[in-house]
Design a protein. Structure first.
Length: 70
């Protein structure tokens, strides 16, 4: 099980992959927006998204868990 965490504080601008989706290492899960920049948050392992902990518009802090991959 791998936890994907926010690399910086910002708003969830777009959710690219959803719960139950099969993803590959490096594939974007969400895109954060901070200081008018778009920051993709990629998967750090191959697997299936067991739990997506954010929705579009949510605010996350650096280190917050965004998703759990199995």
């Amino acid at each position: 099980m791998t936890e994907i965490k926010a690399s910086m504080a910002g708003s969830v601008w777009k959710v690219v992959a959803g719960q139950g989706d099969t993803i590959n290492n490096g594939q974007d899960i969400v895109i954060l927006e901070s200081m008018k920049m778009e920051i993709p948050v990629p998967a750090e392992a191959d697997g299936t998204i067991k739990e997506l902990k954010v929705s579009e518009g949510d605010f996350v802090n650096e280190g917050d868990v965004i998703a759990i991959i199995e």
